[in-house]
Design a protein around this ligand. Structure first.
Ligand SMILES: Nc1nc2c(ncn2[C@@H]2O[C@H](COP(=O)(O)OP(=O)(O)OP(=O)(O)O)[C@@H](O)[C@H]2O)c(=O)[nH]1
Length: 386
């Protein structure tokens, strides 16, 4: 009884006002994001999308009250443009090139709706066109999100497609109802099913989607910043702060669990000559390629970082002195086989240190590996010392 009372009190004005408010909030949030990071095309598209949808719904409400066909045409078209911008924004978010399909669908919608109004076709048939077009545009958005992130992994990545599926379902339901009552002049919207499909599901779907979109953007922002804070851009390895923090964590764990731990300090040999002979850009390329070799040559549990310049630090959890020597030899031999531009040999020197009674803190471990690296350099480079 209570729910049917609530449903009866839901009309196009209430639902439309709620949609307008939600879309205005999204537009404001996206405008804020856009001014904070003007290079981001997606936030601009989403701000335009929310503004268009708010404007379109407003025009549709007014047209509903005044029965003005031009306002209905304008409102419907502006909503479709908003949906197309939403799709473009999702494509931009995932770094995909803009496409034409959304705009072609909008144009077709405009032409068909104009023809329907000119021929004074019943409202049921216009509902059919409106829902059909929305389903097409929503499906494009869902496909873009699915292709962009693959299988959803986080709560937000599940929330956004789920909200689109809810919106799709509401329009599929509306479409089914409109098909069943194809020849009726006026949409009834009296049954609970009708009201749910026409108002409740679109409102819930829009609210969830509108919350999900800024969250999706925010999630990527946090992820990018976290990656930038812990990774080195040139080598793609952990940066000095991150590798040292990880090393200290592994040391504590090794001591607590009485497990061995070793580290390898690595330096590219005579790198200055390389820079001087081939230029700084070639030096950068060598750093990047040696980094990739080190990462490939280590075990998946090893932590590889760029300590600075042409120096690298590798933390080897579970590796005792014997394992460390094996890994050190493998690293030196693998880099020895590498040729810059297929011709110029590059070598590394490696200092190894293992946790022991007299080497029990991180600074001591680091100092020992550094001393061994110095020894490897002194003995003629292109080797490891432990
Ligand atoms: N291209 C490039 N060069 C760098 C970078 N960081 C440090 N370097 C250069 O690396 C060189 C390091 O030189 P040195 O410390 O003298 O060591 P080395 O020439 O490798 O000699 P040994 O260590 O004794 O074998 C310096 O010329 C730095 O300018 C970088 O990010 N890119």
């Amino acid at each position: 009884m209570l729910s049917s009372l609530r449903m009866d009190s839901m009309d196009s004005l209430t639902a439309g006002t709620a949609l307008i408010l939600v879309q205005c909030c999204v537009a404001l949030v996206m405008i804020g994001f856009h001014f904070a990071a003007p290079d981001e095309k997606c936030t601009r598209d989403w701000a335009l999308s929310a503004s268009c949808i708010a404007l379109g719904v407003f025009a549709a409400i007014v047209s509903h009250r005044t029965s003005h066909p031009f306002l209905l045409l304008a409102g419907g078209c502006v909503i479709m443009v908003g949906m197309a911008y939403q799709w473009q924004g999702i494509l931009a978010f995932y770094g995909r090139p803009p496409r034409q399909a959304g705009w072609i669908i909008c144009l077709l919608f405009t032409a068909l709706l104009a023809a329907m109004l000119l021929l004074e076709l019943p409202a049921r048939q216009r509902t059919l066109l409106f829902s059909g077009t929305l389903i097409l545009l929503l499906a494009l958005s869902l496909q873009a999100i699915w292709q962009g992130q693959g299988m959803p992994r986080t709560f937000v990545q599940v929330l956004v497609p789920a909200a689109i599926v809810l919106l799709l379902s509401s329009h599929l339901l509306k479409l089914a109802i409109a098909i069943m009552q194809f020849h009726d002049a006026v949409p009834a919207q009296r049954t609970p099913l009708d009201i749910t499909a026409a108002y409740l599901m679109p409102i819930v779907g829009t609210v969830l989607f509108s919350i999900g979109l800024p969250l999706l953007y925010f999630e990527r922002l946090v992820e990018t910043n976290r990656h930038l804070a812990t990774h080195d851009e040139l080598s793609k390895l952990l940066n000095r702060r991150a590798i040292c923090a990880a090393g200290e964590r592994e040391l504590e764990l090794a001591q607590r669990l009485h497990r061995p731990l070793s580290i390898a300090f690595i330096d590219i040999d005579l790198f200055k000559h390389f820079n001087d002979e081939f230029g700084h850009a070639a030096g950068d390329a060598v750093i990047a390629e040696v980094s990739a070799i080190l990462q490939r040559t280590c075990r998946t549990i090893d932590l590889v970082g760029r300590y600075g310049g042409e120096e690298f630090l590798i933390v080897l959890p579970g590796a005792d002195a014997g394992d460390a020597i094996d890994i050190g030899r493998r690293l030196v031999e693998t880099v020895r086989d590498y040729r810059y531009r297929g011709r110029h040999p590059v070598t590394i020197s490696t200092g190894l240190a293992t946790l022991a009674a007299d080497i029990s803190s991180w600074p001591q471990l680091l100092a020992r590996a550094d001393a061994m690296l110095y020894e490897a350099k002194r003995q003629g480079r292109n080797r490891y010392c432990a």
